[in-house]
Design a protein around this ligand. Structure first.
Ligand SMILES: C[S@@+](CC[C@H](N)C(=O)[O-])C[C@H]1O[C@@H](n2cnc3c(N)ncnc32)[C@H](O)[C@@H]1O
Length: 256
C-alpha cells in the first residue's frame, strides 16, 4: 500500500528537524515540496536546505508543486477555505497517484508542526475519503513557531497553573484580555494588537523566527506597540513578505 509521511520540519531553522523527522525523510521515495510563489521563496529555500542537509539516500526524488491561491471574492470565509482545500486535495491525489508506486512512500514537508494552523492532515483525510487511491499515513511532529517564539524570548508559555489561548488576529478582540490572560496570535495580517488598550498588557513579538532574519521585540504593549508596527512595516517592505507571531500577557505567576 502507498504510504504518506506528514513531517513537521520546524519553523525556519533547519536544526529544528528532529531525528525522527530526519529518519522519516529518508524513508520517502518522493518528497513533495510546496512552492508558494516568488515572495516566499525563502520558505521553499529552507525546505530545500533541509533536504540537502539531511537526505542521505541517493534515490529519493523531490517533487515541487504549486499551491493554488485561495479565491476570496463573492464567497464566505468557510466556503473559500473549503473550495481551496478541495483544489489542493486534487493536487495531492494526483501526486500520490502519479509519483508513488503501489508500495511507494511520499513525504509532505510541513512548516512547523502539522497540528497547528495547518491543513495538510485535513486535506490528506479528504483525499482518503474520496477513496480513489488507497493509502495510509503517519504524522511526525515538528517545532512550532510558538515554541520558537517562547524560546527566543526565554519565556514559559503559560502562567503557573493558568490556561492559554491560541487565536488569530481576526478573533483576538473576543478573548484578550477579558477572557484570557495569555493569548498567542498567529496569522495576523491586521496587527490586531494595535487595538488593545490595556495598560497592563505585555507583548512578546517575533518575526522570521529561526531564520537569519529573526527579529524579536518585547515589553509593555503601550510602550513598544509603535516600535513593533514600524519594525514590522520596514521588514515587510525590505523582504517582500513577513511571518510573525506574538504572545500577549496580562497578570503574573501566583496571582489570582
Ligand atoms: C499557516 S500557519 C503555520 C503554523 C505552523 N504549522 C507552526 O507550527 O508554527 C502560519 C503562521 O505561523 C506563524 N509562523 C510560522 N513560522 C513563523 C516564523 N518562522 N516566525 C514567525 N511566525 C511564524 C505566523 O503567525 C504565520 O502567519
Amino acid at each position: 500500500m502507498r504510504k504518506l509521511l506528514i513531517i513537521g520540519i520546524g519553523s525556519g531553522n533547519p536544526e529544528h528537524m528532529t531525528i525522527q523527522a530526519i529518519n522519516a525523510l529518508n524513508r520517502a521515495d518522493a518528497l513533495f515540496i510546496p512552492t508558494k510563489g516568488e515572495k516566499k521563496t525563502e520558505l521553499a529555500e529552507v525546505r530545500r536546505e533541509i533536504c540537502a542537509r539531511y537526505v542521505t539516500r541517493a534515490d529519493s526524488r523531490t517533487v515541487e508543486f504549486a499551491v493554488p491561491v485561495r479565491r476570496t471574492e463573492g464567497v464566505s470565509y468557510d466556503g473559500s477555505v473549503d473550495d481551496w482545500h478541495a483544489r489542493i486535495a486534487e493536487i495531492y491525489e494526483r501526486l500520490i497517484g502519479s509519483e508513488l508506486g503501489e508500495d511507494g512512500t511520499g513525504a509532505f514537508l510541513v512548516w512547523g508542526d502539522p497540528m497547528l494552523y495547518d491543513s495538510t492532515i485535513r486535506i490528506v483525510e479528504r483525499v482518503k475519503a474520496r477513496g480513489k487511491i488507497v493509502f495510509d499515513y503517519d504524522v511526525l511532529p515538528g517545532i512550532t513557531s510558538l515554541q520558537a517564539l517562547c524560546a527566543s524570548h526565554r519565556i514559559p508559555l503559560n502562567l503557573v497553573g493558568k490556561p492559554v489561548e491560541i487565536t488569530t488576529g481576526r478573533r483576538l478582540a473576543e478573548s484578550f484580555p477579558a477572557r484570557s490572560q495569555t493569548s498567542v496570535v498567529m496569522l495576523d495580517g491586521e496587527q490586531a494588537f494595535r487595538r488593545i488598550e490595556d495598560p497592563d498588557a505585555e507583548i512578546y513579538w517575533g518575526a522570521y523566527l529561526g531564520t537569519p532574519d529573526e527579529i524579536v521585540i518585547s515589553g509593555r504593549l503601550a510602550d513598544v506597540k509603535d516600535k513593533i508596527l514600524a519594525t514590522r512595516a520596514q521588514a515587510r517592505a525590505r523582504m517582500g513578505w513577513i511571518m510573525d507571531i506574538y504572545l500577549l500577557r496580562k497578570g503574573a505567576d501566583f496571582e489570582e
